[in-house]
Design a binder for this molecule. Structure first.
Ligand SMILES: [Mn+2]
Length: 553
């Protein structure tokens, strides 16, 4: 619980959030959404009796606080926006809306609101706190530190404020340390890490082994050979998924082998994948048209991923899947989700395709749970290997030569060709700007042109930008993910942009459906929607304790 929280606070582990769009929730958000960049002077209903306006504003703010508490972030944003129409420069309301924006990862809007709050009340500590949190999420550690220091000055007795400042200073020191040793230790961990040295004690591990024999083998060469692309037995993948379902973990030695192979494999691929529509239907559904299944964000919701496979069959070369990024964070079964995808990938590289999302990154994993989860379930070395794998994930795909798929959205530079995307250099965290960041972070907007992103990274791109990109590259459709949608998907830009999101009831609070898309050779999208299934009682963000605390979660 954060003492800076105007709306009191959300229950610790359950407080989680969604990336989300405002356009498609206009009914619940209110008309003030169309007002353009937040933080601008809003000319609203002020003009009436000041006392009445104030009462109205406070009433709407209280309603907003109630929604925020329930984890209904979009509704809260709508109510705060309505309140601001009556009291446009109210620092408390602006600061509360900033908090709601942080919950849905709209860091750009959060910073604008917090700054506007400080314009009207330069001594409002909570607004510095909100802006510091947004800066921190964006990796702007030094700016974050300035804001947290200001909070400490304004509230010298607050232990909470000091803890935040210290966490921030620690992160800055860590970053400086990593930079300093970079020159001596240029070799990635994968170059020196030796899975053969990991002891597997047969008496304490009752999980599956890749030979599918009674116990693990001591023949390291044989074991390693099974973790090569195309060699991993399907039975082992299925047995591992079953083991995960029962909340057990396959042995660290297998995970290490898997990650090392995946890193090498992704490294050898281009940043843009070409995926063909199969010529034969899935084995389990021989009368269906041959198809590729595209899924959006799954965010650690392992039991919902199992449900997708129940509905749509296991991955195979005749039933290929494309998971479009954001496999991890938020949901507390992120390890199980990503291991499942990687096991399938090594079983048969043509049965599953993976593109990187903005959550397959170090900064996000620190805040939204995956780092804590891997360290709790395995260790810090395994986490480092995961980061190496993420760094080499491809960034986009073209399905059937016509459908462009990427996690966030389109670059706004109007000369970008597929070949430029194919050649993007990987093996790194996404830079602040440029092609990689645009693909991972951007969102569509309903009106033409480009705008600064509500998130503070990437851009918002209009229908004209989509149209020109598709035309220039001989494509017919953009499929992207990255934003929760009430129906699990949303068609925009005159049918040219589809958002698909596959984590139903996101973070256990959003109430949305999940969806996936089939593309057969007609390349007409066919949607399947579904609701969430029960999962064991581990709340979303349960492993984010360290950094999640920075966000008043
Ligand atoms: Mn995303």
């Amino acid at each position: 619980m954060s003492s800076f929280d105007d709306s009191s606070s959300t229950p610790s582990a359950a407080a989680t959030t969604g990336e989300s769009s405002r356009e498609d929730h206009s009914a619940s958000i209110g008309s003030s959404n169309d007002d353009g960049p937040v933080g601008m002077e809003v000319v609203g209903r002020s003009g009436g009796d000041p006392a009445t306006n104030d009462t109205q504003a406070m009433k709407l703010k209280d309603e907003g606080n109630e929604q925020l508490l329930k984890g209904h972030y979009l509704e809260a944003i709508g109510l705060y926006s309505d309140a601001l129409e009556y009291s446009p420069t109210n620092a408390v309301i602006l600061s509360n809306r900033a908090q709601a924006y942080i919950k849905v990862e709209n860091y750009g809007l959060a910073m604008a609101d917090a700054t506007a709050a400080l314009d009207s009340d330069p001594k409002y500590a909570k607004a510095y706190y909100r802006r510091g949190s947004a800066q921190y999420a964006l990796g702007h550690l030094k700016d974050a530190k300035k804001d947290f220091r200001k909070v400490c000055q304004l509230q010298p007795k607050s232990k909470d404020a000091r803890a935040k400042l210290q966490a921030c200073e620690k992160a800055i020191r860590e970053e400086a340390f990593l930079k300093a040793i970079e020159s001596e230790m240029t070799a990635p961990l994968s170059d020196t890490y030796d899975p053969n040295a990991i002891l597997l004690n047969a008496s304490s591990y009752d999980g599956p082994n890749p030979l599918m024999s009674d116990g693990p083998t001591e023949d390291m060469e044989l074991e390693a050979s099974l973790f090569q692309p195309g060699k991993l037995p399907r039975e082992f993948v299925l047995a591992s998924m079953e083991y995960f379902r029962n909340q057990k973990l396959i042995h660290k030695r297998y995970v290490a082998r898997l990650l090392l192979t995946c890193k090498t494999m992704f490294e050898s691929m281009n940043s843009l994948m070409e995926i063909d529509i199969p010529t034969e239907p899935p084995e389990h559904d021989p009368t269906a048209s041959p198809r590729v299944t595209v899924c959006g964000d799954t965010h650690g919701q392992f039991y919902d991923v199992l449900n997708i496979f129940d509905m749509n069959g296991y991955p195979s070369s005749k039933n290929p899947y494309h998971f479009n990024g954001d496999f991890v964070d938020r949901g507390s079964f992120s390890v199980e989700v990503i291991l499942t995808y990687l096991l399938w990938k090594i079983h048969d590289p043509t049965c599953i395709y993976l593109t990187r999302g903005n959550h397959e990154t170090k900064n996000m994993n620190k805040i939204y749970g995956f780092e804590g989860e891997v360290k709790a379930k395995y260790d810090d070395k395994i986490f480092e290997l995961f980061l190496e794998v993420f760094g080499h994930l491809p960034l986009a795909a073209v399905i059937g030569e016509k459908v462009f798929v990427t996690h966030g959205g389109l670059p706004t530079d109007e000369t970008v060709m597929l070949d430029d995307i194919r050649k993007i250099k990987r093996g790194c965290e996404p830079p602040e700007t440029g092609l990689m960041s645009d693909l991972l972070w951007s969102d569509p907007q309903p009106f033409p042109g480009r705008s600064p992103s509500k998130r503070g990274v990437g851009y918002a791109f209009g229908p004209d930008i989509t149209q020109k990109f598709l035309e220039r590259n001989g494509l017919s459709l953009l499929v992207r993910s990255h934003e929760v949608k009430e129906e699990g998907y949303l068609v925009e830009h005159g049918g040219k942009t589809i958002t698909v999101f596959s984590a139903p009831n996101y973070c256990d609070t959003m109430g949305n459906k999940g969806a996936f898309i089939h593309f057969d050779k007609s390349l007409e999208p066919k949607f399947t929607q579904y609701t969430s299934v029960p999962h064991p009682d581990v709340k979303p963000m349960a492993y984010s304790a360290g950094m999640g605390g920075l966000f008043g979660l």
